[in-house]
Design a protein around this ligand. Sequence first.
Ligand SMILES: *[C@@H]1O[C@H](CO)[C@@H](O)[C@H](O)[C@H]1NC(C)=O
Ligand SMILES: *[C@@H]1O[C@H](CO)[C@@H](O)[C@H](O)[C@H]1NC(C)=O
Ligand SMILES: *[C@@H]1O[C@H](CO)[C@@H](O)[C@H](O)[C@H]1NC(C)=O
Ligand SMILES: *[C@@H]1O[C@H](CO)[C@@H](O)[C@H](O)[C@H]1NC(C)=O
Ligand SMILES: *[C@@H]1O[C@H](CO)[C@@H](O)[C@H](O)[C@H]1NC(C)=O
Length: 374
Amino acid sequence: MCCCHWGAQTVTRPCSWVFTLRTGAALCLSMGSYHCKCEKPPWKGARRSSYYVVLFLMIGVLIFYIWFSRLLLPLTIWRVRNDTRTISPFHHLTSQFFVEYPHRYQFIVDQPNKCRQERPFLVVMIPVAPQNREARDIIRCTWGNETRVLGRLVSYYFLLGKSRIGNDTEPPDEQILLESRTHGDILQSDFLDSYKNLSIKTMVMLEWLSTRCLNSSYAMKIDSDTFLNVNNLISMVMHAPRRGYMTGLVARDAQVLRDPHSKWFLSSDVFAEPSYPPYALGLGYVFSMDLPERILEASRHVKAVYIEDVYVGLCMKHAGVPLTDPPHDGLFVASPPSYMSACYLSSVIATLLQSSKEILYVWEVYKTQPQSDC
Ligand SMILES: *[C@@H]1O[C@H](CO)[C@@H](O)[C@H](O)[C@H]1NC(C)=O
Ligand SMILES: *[C@@H]1O[C@H](CO)[C@@H](O)[C@H](O)[C@H]1NC(C)=O
Ligand SMILES: *[C@@H]1O[C@H](CO)[C@@H](O)[C@H](O)[C@H]1NC(C)=O
Ligand SMILES: *[C@@H]1O[C@H](CO)[C@@H](O)[C@H](O)[C@H]1NC(C)=O
Ligand SMILES: *[C@@H]1O[C@H](CO)[C@@H](O)[C@H](O)[C@H]1NC(C)=O
């Protein structure tokens, strides 16, 4: 045994204890004689308080981490409730993971009668950022110019939010108005256009379809960085049910991503179950015209998550409408081959590209290369 002197105190401990203390608080001067003198180092007080500070910081970080990952959420009073207009002192942190969709956005640039008058068989809706004029022009001169296909009329509309938060009286952008006058295909609503607001955009799109396109049979939502084979689309839809129909690349049993760094992170207070109900991936999905109204009705009872396609899937589930798989695989493609041949392009309906610029290149291949020996 060794003994250590702590000021006036004498403590007897096994030597191993002294050895471990040596580096920290105690200094052993004499070991061989089973006797050691422990000196209180002059910096001990300062060091001890810095230990406390570090300890507090670690506990703080741990609590924050646990709170953030929602492990303790069912136990806390900050649980985000049904109505989503809540309560949490950290509301600004949680609010980005769901969106509020109050059903009250207005169109500031609209085509109120065009769809009703033209009565297209299928309406293609393309969400795009207001400033992305380039993508709109590319689509207009590629697949967006295919308006009569297999004897059916197809029409195309671009769906925009506002590019900045303005006040209610602020007029729409001059450029957008001009573009709308030239092409007649712009729909702009007065919510702020952002990635986290895409669910709002989709709901606004459904509102527009359900009020302005009553005499159309089908609609499709498609991303702007996508190649669309309108011919294959129409030929598939011509054999599809007229009601309760939605198809695309259907994800089943998709796991909810709980990593806060993921682009599609969703915390368990916003969505508790480990996997999503079936939903059609947002790159492109097609639906019969009875669905916009049914999805909107369901959306009044389903808390809006910011992942647009998942939210539509949640509403479909609530409405009790099952998703339909496309007639065969490979029609809707989220990870296309690096080289897209004319044969490939003539076999798909929608395939995701790296950017809307790539549509130009792919369109050239599709239109100019022979598809006879596919
Ligand atoms: C939450 O919503 C569900 C379904 O919409 C409803 O049955 C339930 O009563 C609501 N709970 C509260 C606390 O409002
Ligand atoms: C669209 O196609 C028509 C022919 O069908 C063609 O005359 C017109 O120039 C095309 N428009 C664009 C923008 O490519
Ligand atoms: C709203 O925007 C308009 C046009 O930009 C401006 O004239 C007006 O002063 C703004 N009103 C408020 C309350 O900010
Ligand atoms: C979504 O749009 C609303 C309405 O314009 C706006 O208040 C909100 O800040 C937007 N949210 C995001 C994340 O951009
Ligand atoms: C739809 O078309 C039918 C004729 O096919 C017409 O009677 C009806 O008024 C149209 N509905 C709307 C809302 O335009």
